[in-house]
Design a protein around this ligand. Structure first.
Ligand code: OAK
Length: 721
């Protein structure tokens, strides 16, 4: 309808869509998952709303200059944002700093927060629209503003105008910029301010609305569920306690009962560098009242531990919320939550049996798994209209609302004409990408080659390096024998590196340096091409994923909590080349080994090496001539200029014993890549594998994930029906 109306005005809706900026308000998988969940909640008719920060600058824009990543600010609000509505009347005050005065009246302590700095949280609401169901939920993003207006600032402080402006800037800094580190954490005070700011704003607005609707907080925990999406909002635990005790005058026990029946927590990574802990001193001076509450939570909790495990200091200190001068946010989230979950089967098992084993023994009933999902309405229906139409022509359109209907495609897996239609859709999507690469990078790629796609944040554990080493090996083989019979391949990379993550930035530079060398080498007769597409974001993902033949999901087993790109590729008919890590395991359970390419160490083997040693990277270097050659090429001038440019990469593998087992898994990866090459030659069989993948992908819709959260965690049946 909108399309028709606009066309009467000679305006092309698709063009407008392209002008619109992505809202880059997250770093990677964690944030994108939340966006998929919001879409599914609206489409399933669940009253679920999002809460976050209205960053003025989202995730940086990535430019590649001379092969290097350069970061530019993402000024996404520059031309306004038509989807947001500012709701000044719903603003809240968030208190930082100051001191707490305890006043005892009639034997009851009251906690009076004095001399604090008040920050105004102003909500901007964005609609989250359900699929053809007339349901609109809300993503509420909070912006930090000074309580004083611009006018007040300048007139009140005439003598000190500059100070007034500085003050205003320091307040607004809270919602100025998204920290660009994915899965790694730095204890910056501004980050703690951001966390408390959006937690406090969000909870205040939830409680206020509940009271307005219901007159009191009766049945709050039965009607409201608040989800802690990784530990970034773990301050929900003490903040809800603060609101209930200080503002609503509940006693501790009652407040604790409400809190621990309202909150649940999802863990999204086991990487130790991502686990947040805040130094007591910093925390206490920024959030004095919240610190008092955390201290009391910790005291009561450790007392109960002492009763259960008398004398077991090590265990108690591991479980304690505060230890060694730090507040451990994972511990706070687990203690204050009704349920705790991981995001894929293997991830949850690792949480239960290793990372959170002591908590699991204490609270086995709290732990459960919720395997991630993605919205198939964005990543299949919208991103891949060609394939979607082919699917709907075969099985109707029910799959859009009930994605397990995709199973009906299995009927057609041996149907020659359907296989051909699937192949036509893929070819079409590949031709769009081919044109994009020609237009943007002036690189000609072979549309009929295997499109081998590796797109995600650049991180050592995601092993973009192993992919690069395979290409270097292939190139070395082609140089030795230019007539080597290989299926032509286009290796496509995209992804951002955290600005401070030097190794990841070196990997980007290596990919681009190799691309330059290989793409310009006439001797290899265009059999391989490499392209790094800059500024990976959702818009690009929507073009790249439908065009992929191979989905690279090659993290070191045990390290990728789930992955969600793997699911997006699968539903678009790409075949997974991956380790048994994260949700790759469940993909394997769905389609079987015969419809994907699995290789490498298993999670338990990796963990065994970490725990017991026994891996020696030098050994692989000395015994695999391919590895020796590749690693030497990193530092011997093979890439002509700057022979020392890739020394850090070399050292990470040999000097630091290859933490992510790149060299260890190399051989099995190369063998599996050869299998891919061979299997791709039999087009009929390949297309059948694609159909199998698409048909089995329904379970990876976030509709399934959200239904599970709704029933088993938020207990929505009891609460809403
Ligand atoms: C980022 C920062 C801190 C903690 C976790 C993350 C994160 O992005 N984790 C990712 O979450 C995704 C959604 O659950 C998973 O699919 C990814 O495997 C995981 O790395």
């Amino acid at each position: 309808m909108a399309k028709e109306a606009l066309s009467e005005l000679d305006i092309d809706l698709d063009m407008i869509e392209h002008i619109e900026h992505d809202a880059g308000l997250g770093n990677g998988g964690l944030g994108r998952l939340a966006a998929c969940f919001l879409e599914s909640m609206a489409s399933l008719g669940i009253a679920g709303h999002g809460c976050g920060i209205r960053y003025k600058y989202g995730l940086f824009e990535q430019k590649i200059i001379n092969g290097f990543q350069v970061e530019l600010p993402d000024n996404w609000l520059k031309n306004g944002n038509v989807w947001e509505i500012r709701k000044s009347d719903k603003s809240v005050v968030v208190k930082f700093g100051g001191n707490i005065r305890i006043q005892t009246t009639n034997g009851k302590d009251e906690f009076i927060h004095e001399n604090y700095e008040p920050i105004l949280g102003v909500p901007y609401d964005m609609p989250v629209i359900g699929y053809k169901n007339e349901i609109v939920n809300t993503l509420r993003l909070w912006s930090a503003e000074s309580e004083k207006s611009d006018f007040d600032l300048s007139s009140f402080n005439k003598g000190d105008y500059q100070k007034a402006v500085e003050y205003k800037n320091s307040v607004e800094a809270i919602s100025q910029i998204l920290y660009p580190d994915d899965s790694s954490y730095e204890g910056k005070i501004l980050r703690l301010k951001q966390q408390y700011f959006f937690v406090s704003s969000g909870l205040q607005s939830i409680v206020r609305r509940y009271k307005k609707k219901n007159g009191s907080l009766e049945n709050f925990a039965e009607k409201i569920a608040v989800h802690i999406n990784d530990t970034h909002p773990a301050l929900c635990v003490p903040e809800l306690m603060r609101i209930l005790i200080d503002e609503e005058h509940f006693g501790w026990d009652e407040a604790w009962d409400i809190t621990t029946n309202t909150l649940s927590y999802t863990n999204h990574t086991i990487l130790p560098e991502a686990l947040e802990k805040w130094p007591i001193d910093l925390f206490k001076s920024l959030l004095p009242r919240i610190y008092m509450i955390v201290e009391e939570i910790n005291e009561r909790f450790t007392k109960s531990l002492w009763d259960k495990y008398p004398g077991n200091w090590d265990l108690i200190s591991d479980l304690a919320v505060i230890s060694n001068g730090n507040i451990k946010m994972v511990n706070l989230a687990i203690v204050g939550s009704k349920y705790v979950n991981g995001v894929a089967k293997i991830h949850t098992e690792i949480l239960k049996n290793k990372v959170m084993n002591n908590f699991y023994n204490l609270y086995p009933h709290k732990f459960n798994n919720k395997t991630n999902g993605v919205t198939h309405r964005r990543f299949l229906l919208k991103a891949n209209p060609k394939l979607s139409n082919t699917i709907s022509d075969a099985i109707g359109t029910k799959w859009i609302e009930k994605p397990t209907e995709l199973m009906k495609l299995l009927k057609f897996k041996d149907d020659q004409s359907f296989r051909e239609k699937i192949a036509i859709a893929k070819r079409y999507n590949k031709s769009i990408l081919t044109k994009y690469i020609k237009d943007e990078y002036n690189l000609v790629i072979d549309e009929t080659s295997i499109f081998d796609v590796h797109i995600k944040r650049i991180h050592a554990y995601k092993r973009q390096l192993m992919n690069v080493f395979h290409i270097m090996d292939l190139y070395n083989r082609l140089k030795e024998n230019p007539n080597l019979d290989i299926t032509p391949r286009t290796f496509i990379f995209a992804g951002k590196a955290a600005p401070g993550y030097v190794l990841a930035k070196d990997i980007i530079k290596l990919i681009n340096t190799l691309a330059f060398k290989v793409n310009n080498d006439k001797l290899i007769k265009d059999k391989i091409k490499i392209i790094f597409i800059e500024n990976y974001n959702v818009t690009l993902a929507e073009m790249l994923i439908p065009a992929a033949d191979i989905s690279e999901q090659i993290s070191t087993a045990s390290k990728e909590a789930s992955g969600t790109g793997n699911m997006k590729f699968m539903m678009n008919g790409a075949l997974t080349l991956g380790t048994l890590d994260g949700a790759n395991v469940e993909i394997k359970d769905e389609v079987g080994y015969e419809n994907m390419f699995i290789f490498g160490l298993k999670a338990d083997e990796v963990i065994h090496y970490y725990d017991n040693g026994g891996y020696n990277a030098w050994h692989v270097y000395n015994h695999d001539y391919r590895i020796k050659k590749i690693l030497n090429q990193l530092v011997d001038g093979f890439f002509e200029h700057e022979p020392e440019e890739f020394r850090l990469i070399y050292d990470s593998l040999l000097g630091h014993n290859d933490e992510f087992f790149v060299l260890k898994d190399f051989s099995s990866y190369v063998d599996t890549q050869s299998l891919v090459d061979e299997k791709y030659r039999d087009k009929q069989r390949w297309n059948k594998m694609c159909i199998n993948n698409i048909a089995h992908s329904g379970i990876f819709s976030s509709d399934r994930t959200i239904s599970e959260y709704a029933k088993q965690i938020w207990e929505i049946n009891d609460k809403w029906l």
